[in-house]
Design a protein around this ligand. Structure first.
Ligand code: PMV
Length: 331
């Protein structure tokens, strides 16, 4: 019997996410199995929209991105190949993908990008996948993309194999009214993608110490989110961000993701805190700062931030939904 699959044009939207406990270093390069679990929150104002259609007769995949870098296009084709293998469809696809924020600046564009591509492609191929399966496949595109599939506050289990390394929602987005105020100090693409950084992590003399305490940190942060204990939560995420950057700084090659403006803002946030304002920072592999605060303090904080010459753009994020379908196609 011939199975006829109805190929459709499908669009998905997926959020970027901010890691409170970070993924840095892999135990399997190809499968993107992380050395440790991680905890994140989806960001409702930073997202990728992706439309996918498998077209009979198309000779090559046609990928249209905001910036058509060859590396990014090839990574997406590899991902389509993985998903074609799962389904029985061999057709090439047209893919259009758009971020509503600058890509490759440390704002998790690969996370939202691969999560959106995974969800749209799965439906375009007629695959009926569970959230766990989607998270696993998104992980194969970019590790942190596994966390952009589920809703709200998310845990990515380290796992020991392809099937056991996936992310799951630990609290819904309405659970805690905290915000991530993204402070963009540079829209330039970073020189070293996180891919290279993961490999270098092992060369830092402090990496083994980090791994020793990381499970404990994960247990702690989950408890603090559960209790909505913003003070201890803030202390922990800031220490974690500084630890990640201590590893990148002391890798061989040393990776310095910060710009002078990054440091100016870090010092300002710490100064404001000494003056009684409850705000903390975290930073991924880039120069832009995520200021984490309770929603009730947004106005006060924005007033302080708005005249700083170091900041090019401010993006306020609430805890966001995970990847979902949309009917607004990009072509
Ligand atoms: O998923 P990748 O390979 O882009 O790595 C993400 C690494 C960090 O953003 C620094 C940390 C994290 O957990 O998101």
């Amino acid at each position: 019997m011939k199975v006829i699959i109805n190929l459709m044009k499908i669009t998905a939207i997926a959020p970027a996410n901010i890691a409170f406990i970070k993924y840095w270093g892999k135990k399997d390069e190809k499968l993107h199995l992380p050395m440790n679990g991680s905890i994140s929150m989806n960001l409702d104002s930073l997202y990728t929209t992706t439309t996918v259609e498998f077209i009979p007769g198309l000779k090559n995949d046609q990928i249209i991105l905001d910036n058509n870098s060859e590396i990014a296009v090839n990574r997406m084709i590899t991902h389509l190949d993985i998903m074609r293998k799962i389904s029985s469809v061999n057709n090439k696809a047209k893919v259009v993908s758009k971020n509503n924020f600058p890509a490759a600046t440390g704002l998790a564009s690969s996370a939202s990008g691969f999560a959106a591509l995974t969800l749209a492609t799965s439906h375009a191929l007629g695959l009926n996948l569970s959230q766990k399966e989607l998270s696993i496949i998104a992980r194969l595109g970019s590790g942190s993309a596994s966390r952009s599939i589920p809703d709200g506050f998310v845990e990515w289990f380290e796992g020991e194999s392809n099937e056991t390394s996936f992310a799951q929602s630990i609290f819904p987005r309405s659970y805690w009214e905290i915000v991530d105020i993204v402070l963009i100090v540079s829209e330039k693409e970073k020189d070293i993608l996180s891919e290279g950084g993961h490999q270098l992590a092992f060369t830092s003399p402090f990496y083994s110490t980090r791994l020793k305490y990381i499970d404990n940190k994960i247990t702690k942060i989950k408890n603090l989110i559960k209790k909505r204990d913003f003070y201890h939560f803030g202390q922990l995420i800031e220490a974690e961000a500084l630890e990640l950057h201590a590893i990148t700084l002391t890798s061989t090659l040393s990776l310095i993701y910060w710009l002078p403006e990054t440091l100016t803002i870090i010092k300002l946030i710490q100064k404001w805190r000494n003056q009684g304002l409850s705000a903390y920072f975290t930073i991924d592999a880039g120069s832009n700062i995520h200021l984490i605060a309770e929603k009730k303090n947004i106005k006060t904080i924005i007033n302080k931030l708005k005249n700083l010459k170091e900041i090019k753009k401010i993006i306020i994020n609430n805890p966001g939904k995970g990847a979902r379908l949309s009917n607004k196609h990009l072509f």
